[in-house]
Unconditional design. Sequence first.
Lengths: 274, 379
Amino acid sequence: MSIFQELANRDQVFDFLAPVQSPVDVRHGPILYMEDVNVSFDGFKAINNLNLTVDDGELRCIIGPNGAGKTTMMDIITGKTRPDTGSVWFGSRHNLLTKNEPDIASLGIGRKFQKPTVFEALTVFENLELAMATDKRILPTLTAIMKPEYRDRIDEVLQTIGLQELRDRLAGILSHGQKQWLEIGMLLMQKPRLLLVDEPVAGMTEQEMERTAELLTSLAGKQSVVVVEHDMGFVRSIARKVTVLHQGSVLAEGTMDQVSNDPEVIKVYLGEEA
Amino acid sequence: MASSQNWLLRPFQERSTQLFLGVLFTALVVVTFLHLFMPQDSALHVSAYTVTLLGKYLCYALLAVAVDLVWGYLGILSLGHGAFFALGGYAMGMYLMRQIGDRGTYGDPVLPDFMVFLNWDSLPWYWQGFDMAWFAFIMVLLAPGLLALVFGFLAFRSRVTGVYLSIITQALTFALMLAFFRNEMGFGGNNGLTDFRDILGFNLRTDATRLGLFIATGIALAIGYVICRAIVASKLGRVSIACRDAEARTRFLGYRVERVQLFVFVVSAMLAGVAGALYVPQVGIINPSEFSPLFSIEIVVWVALGGRATLYGAVIGAILVNYAKTVFTGVMPDAWLFALGGLFVLVTVFLPKGIAGLLQKRHKTKPDDDTPTRQEATA
């Protein structure tokens, strides 16, 4: 009898009928897969046939001169901008082009903006609390209570980003570097599979930069991390694999040494700086 | 941070809420006592006129709390909250009109006077059911709530915020004012609804009913305040502040900003509706002037004067400004608007955090503590 019931349960017999809420499927390799993506704004091609794959657990740095399309690429992945053509997949199950920003965030893609944005009127603790991966609908949020395990999780992240001392201070009084770390901490609270980090060390001191490099490399492996950065020294200190963007498409890809010896890259980017 | 498990009980553990409720209930008891037990000729006697006046202030205070909830904590500057107040008022007014029965000038048992005057032969469909108190009281919540739901759904879904939203809310209340001015709308046109007799069987012209309405308004203010406080102290309140300060960030954290905005906006509109419903039986009339954009702007001035994002500041602001208005319009009626404008300018320049900010500064126990409080950081 129970066999019949099981057979009658269509989700179990035909697993493609089950709602696609499953964790990200990375059995086929990449966690992020972008193919032939094109975006133009008023005729200006911001992204031009972009192809990019990021493997699970990888720490990838993306560099490129201003206007190369780095931020637009992040906008596409997080659902802020819709590409004109192309496909973007998260794992091999989730088509990101069919989802909106909150959906993509709850799938496990966290994004750190170029300018640190934390909630300045809330304490450091509360900032992390809001970022926590919980039910984000209205009524559950209204009736939410602070469970001990939540508190432990927040304290754990506070430890990671080194802001335990400032736990109950308003985020508005933090220094620039501390805000950047708090924002990374907020991303960690979301337990993301993929972290998109936009210019994490802009405006940081040398020491703060070192700490940020440590923080980001310690995250790789557990999460996949994509870092967009201008600062070549910083990229060199954390990068394993570097992608160079130029005029909306990939110019070169490889280790830092390979990339920085590529004549094309030297011409469009490094040559400019030297 | 409060630790209660139940979000609705959380405010009762806060010092500020305990203090607010204490002051409010003491005021209710004192006014009741002075009204009932002091001889008429005593200097301490509170007349029925004053009781009703105070009741009116409390209605305004509840309305100000509703505006502060959306403006202070959600960052939505609504310049049209008078519309929700007036809709609640009209729902109550329709009930009171039906209660008149055949005692009107024309003596029609069903039709209100103005409909007889306009030669209508039957009650419009939307007047049905308002002879029953329970139905009318539900409509007091439902009419403003539904308007806020539809309006908010369209506005927030299109991500209209900031000054654009303020202008649209202003247009909303203005459009409703024009509509309600029309006789064909069936709400008494220019004159509105008036000449009320009874509420729930009690004669509105007796002192006891007036006192009862005053106390009911006080209780409504207490409940409204606690509900707002409960929302603000919950995680949803912190999400609201997050939406106010960094909308995009909140969205990337996985919150549906437009739903948070819609929820808080609808709650606020309903509170405004209740304030309007309690206002109408006390002043004895509701007409389209309550929809006027000027009134809605005035509400915002009360909140700004009292101190934004504090809730109790809104109450203080509403009562003080309206008391000043009563005094001023008695002495120099023409100068009132100038006085209000001047007051607003003075407070914005010298007290950017309003009267509540002044109180907080006084209250601060450690003068050398440089940690800014939440209100200071948000102001």
